[in-house]
Design a protein around this ligand. Structure first.
Ligand code: ZN
Length: 246
């Protein structure tokens, strides 16, 4: 048994914080990593609000094969285990930087999406809402989704550059972080805001930090448990964390 398993066995509440590293296990490319989207695409432009207003077709063309094909992606063992630990009553919520909907697909109920989400698309003119599946069908045909009511351009609820991060989600994440015994960071290098500060709420409230990430994070020295390999860590978790809800 590794130290992470021991820590989770002694905890009564855990919040999970996830970044791109969790989704690369599902075959989703991360943005800034070695084989990241940024190597090939100009992500600053894809997710620029200004650019979207000028030419929405650019965003939809560029993201067709990594956002609008998400229905073909399956949750990894890490996503599935996070959902199982929530069912056991141990995990009180998942806070994620990802926009791939895989935690929800795995069965996690309480997911806080810090960078918004493509699960809802919204008309920029009249605010009408549309689900992901509706938009995906149109985008896959090479078209820009337009509002059925007013013909306005429809934009995903992903937070673009030039937009405010969703304040409600950040507040909720901070609250969740300060309530739990253990903050478990998975596959995030914790460099962008608000990722860099949310785990601090747990520490300030007297809780413990555990980090599983390939590569350093600025909070490593505060972590009681620090591991590199996600798959390894979660094989141990799936084998040993079996307790009923308490
Ligand atoms: Zn509209």
């Amino acid at each position: 048994m590794n130290d992470l398993v021991k820590l989770l066995q002694s905890a009564s509440s855990v919040a999970v914080f996830t970044g791109a590293g969790v989704s690369t296990l599902s075959g989703i490319r991360d943005f800034r990593g070695k084989n990241g989207i940024y190597q090939e695409y100009d992500a600053d432009r894809i997710f620029s609000l200004d650019h979207f207003h000028r030419d929405p077709s650019y965003y939809y063309r560029m993201t067709r094969d990594f956002i609008y094909n998400l229905d073909e992606k399956q949750p990894s063992m890490v996503h599935l285990e996070c959902a199982r630990l929530e069912q056991l009553g141990l995990v009180k919520g998942v806070i994620t930087q990802n926009i791939d909907l895989l935690h929800q697909k795995a069965g996690s109920r309480r997911v806080i999406e810090l960078h918004g989400s493509p699960k809802v698309h919204r008309c920029l003119r009249c605010n009408a809402e549309y689900p992901f599946g509706w938009a995906a069908e149109i985008v896959k045909k090479g078209r820009v989704p337009r509002c059925k009511h007013c013909d306005g351009v429809v934009k995903p609820d992903i937070t673009f550059f030039g937009e405010m991060l969703p304040v409600g989600a950040i507040e909720e994440a901070a609250e969740r972080a300060s309530e739990v015994d253990v903050m478990l960071v998975l596959g995030s290098s914790l460099v962008v805001q608000p990722a860099a500060t949310i785990p601090l709420y747990t520490l300030e409230a007297g809780g413990t930090l555990a980090i599983v990430n390939q590569g350093e994070t600025p909070l490593d020295r505060h972590a009681e448990v620090r591991l590199d390999d996600l798959e390894d860590a979660f094989q141990q978790i799936s084998r040993h964390i079996r307790r009923p809800s308490s």
